[in-house]
Ligand binder design. Structure first.
Ligand SMILES: NC(=O)c1ccc[n+]([C@@H]2O[C@H](COP(=O)([O-])OP(=O)(O)OC[C@H]3O[C@@H](n4cnc5c(N)ncnc54)[C@H](O)[C@@H]3O)[C@@H](O)[C@H]2O)c1
Length: 349
């Protein structure tokens, strides 16, 4: 049996702790080697919880020859620099979405990691969730015939902390980017993006010029249509659901229950609803890290590449432009180097 890939986890906030838990206990092909966070209290707490060495100095991680890969789960503005430093130190890189806050930073990071000759996988976890994977395989195998309509919802129960929001890159780049990646993966490339946004739920979000509720309408190259609805403040719980209606079949992916038991009384039946992505996606996050470790071990292409992340970033910025200008944004998918990038008028290249 091949040894496990030793992964260092950098950034131990909401997302980093999930990845740390996954690497420590739920991966066949990876193990948690060390945890790091700029805040030594976060690093020490995670080190104790997962029983691994910890540090507040990323250089220590990069100098450790036993570390083969680095998973970056720090705030988005810091991803690019950390990913590039890790790659130049010879470490394979898993990077949370999005790669950077702007397009030049995203491209620079992809180019630098590619030049270093290491793997780069990006954190679009729905690509690894067993429900989405099964449905998408059947669509791609032709069992649905022609897909006509794609619909997906991604709604957070409550907004993240103000500090996170300020550095998130804005609603479309932080939230909708997941759905845009899912849309491309399940249905195919996109030729037009129209979006609508409002800051209605949280005055703090309005105060920073961002939005908390959005609708995005997509036209696919195939002629199919798509609609995405997103919220930062759904209140009732965390919802992530997708439906694809097609010629021969329709698929609905939904699993709002946190636990799979019903509570029955004369007044009716109830079940607990997922409150956040951690409750909804334990399998997806585990499979995501497993896939990363396997591509490192087997020297294969990561299942979600830097170019996939760039395509989703381009579509998110097209959605942002559509919201700001109030017009539909035609986008042109350009095929290159085994991936697709998008061009549109007004794009910050
Ligand atoms: N895929 C998903 O489901 C998902 C969900 C949530 C967040 N994310 C992404 O994960 C990233 C982190 O989000 P979060 O909500 O966990 O943030 P967070 O603010 O909760 O945590 C970030 C952590 O990184 C640490 N940090 C900051 N700068 C650092 C640096 N230079 N070096 C080392 N540590 C540093 C902070 O001290 C903090 O502990 C974001 O890019 C976000 O988009 C992805």
């Amino acid at each position: 049996m091949k040894s496990k890939v030793r992964v260092a986890l950098v950034g131990l906030g909401r997302m980093g702790r999930i990845h740390a838990g996954t690497l420590a206990a739920r991966c066949r092909s990876a193990e948690l080697a060390v945890v790091a966070d700029a805040d030594p209290r976060m690093a020490a707490a995670a080190g104790a919880e997962f029983d691994v060495p910890w540090t507040a100095d990323v250089d220590e991680v990069l100098a450790d020859d036993t570390v083969e890969a680095v998973a970056v789960a720090t705030p988005t503005a810091t991803h690019g620099e950390l990913a590039v430093r890790a790659a130049r130190a010879g470490k394979h890189v898993f990077c949370e979405k999005p790669i950077a806050l702007d397009r030049p930073g995203t491209v620079r990071t992809i180019d630098a990691v590619t030049a270093a000759g290491v793997k780069l996988q990006v954190g679009f976890h729905r690509r690894h969730d067993p429900d989405w994977v099964a449905a998408t395989r059947r669509i791609h195998a032709g069992e649905m015939g022609t897909p006509y309509l794609f619909r997906t919802s991604l709604r957070d129960m409550k907004p993240p902390p103000a500090e996170f929001l300020a550095g998130s890159g804005g609603f479309f780049v932080d939230v909708t980017i997941h759905d845009l990646d899912t849309a491309r993966w399940m249905i195919g490339e996109i030729v037009e993006v129209s979006s609508y946004g409002t800051a209605i739920a949280d005055p703090a979000i309005r105060a920073i010029g961002d939005i908390d509720t959005a609708l995005v309408v997509l036209r696919f190259e195939s002629g199919a249509l798509g609609v995405i609805d997103n919220s930062r403040a759904a209140g009732y719980g965390y919802e992530c659901s997708t439906e694809v209606m097609g010629e021969l079949a329709t698929t609905r992916i939904d699993r709002p229950q946190h636990r799979h038991y019903l509570w029955l009384t004369p007044e009716g039946a109830s079940f607990g609803i997922n409150r956040d992505f951690e409750e909804r996606y334990p399998l997806a996050y585990a499979e995501e890290m497993e896939a990363f470790a396997r591509c490192v071990r087997d020297d294969t292409m990561p299942p979600v590449t830097g170019l996939d992340a760039l395509a989703a970033f381009d579509l998110a910025t097209a959605a942002d432009l559509s919201w700001r200008t109030g017009r539909a944004v035609p986008v042109v998918p350009e095929r290159r180097d085994g991936g697709v990038v998008y061009a549109f008028e007004g794009q910050d290249r």
